[in-house]
Structure formats: structure tokens, C-alpha cells
Design a protein around this ligand. Structure first.
Ligand code: SF4
Ligand code: SF4
Length: 74
């Protein structure tokens, strides 16, 4: 299977603005907190890597350059 580049989201740069979540065509991004109780700032996370098409729409729409597309090995 052809490897698809996946978005790597830098939590230090992500402000949780939600723009990438709204823009992702298959809706495989969402906002989540690192704390399981839901405290703390929310950041974008890729919750369904298998559903990501590698289109890079999220990377292009992030106003804070928090997303970089990474090609997985294999
Ligand atoms: S668009 Fe960028 S800053 Fe906004 S939630 Fe997505 S990764 Fe974070
Ligand atoms: S690369 Fe495309 S499909 Fe994958 S998370 Fe970003 S916007 Fe969604």
C-alpha cells in the first residue's frame, strides 16, 4: 500500500483554533486535551490516521504553522 503523509501537529504551536478540524474533508481531526479529565488547553489531534487521505488541507489552512506533513516509513 502506498504510504500516505500524515499531519504531525506541534502541540506547542497549536492554539486550538479549530480551523484545521473544520477544513479536514474526511473529518479525521478533532480537539483534545492531554489530560484524560479534560483539563488544560485543547490541541488538534489526528484521531483516525487510517481515514486521513494525506491531502494536506490542514497543513495549508493552519494560521500558526503548527502542522507538518510527514511521510511514514513503509
Ligand atoms: S489550525 Fe493549527 S492552530 Fe488551529 S487547531 Fe489546527 S493545528 Fe491547531
Ligand atoms: S491531511 Fe487532509 S485528510 Fe489528513 S488530517 Fe489533514 S486535512 Fe484531514
Amino acid at each position: 500500500m502506498k504510504p500516505v503523509p500524515l499531519p504531525a501537529i506541534d502541540p506547542a504551536a497549536c492554539t486550538g483554533c479549530g480551523r484545521c478540524i473544520a477544513a479536514c474533508p474526511p473529518k479525521v481531526l478533532w480537539l483534545d486535551t492531554p489530560d484524560p479529565r479534560g483539563f488544560g488547553p485543547k490541541h488538534a489531534v489526528l484521531h483516525d490516521a487510517a481515514g486521513c487521505t494525506g491531502c494536506a488541507v490542514c497543513e495549508r489552512c493552519c494560521p500558526f504553522d503548527a502542522i507538518g506533513m510527514r511521510r511514514s516509513a513503509g
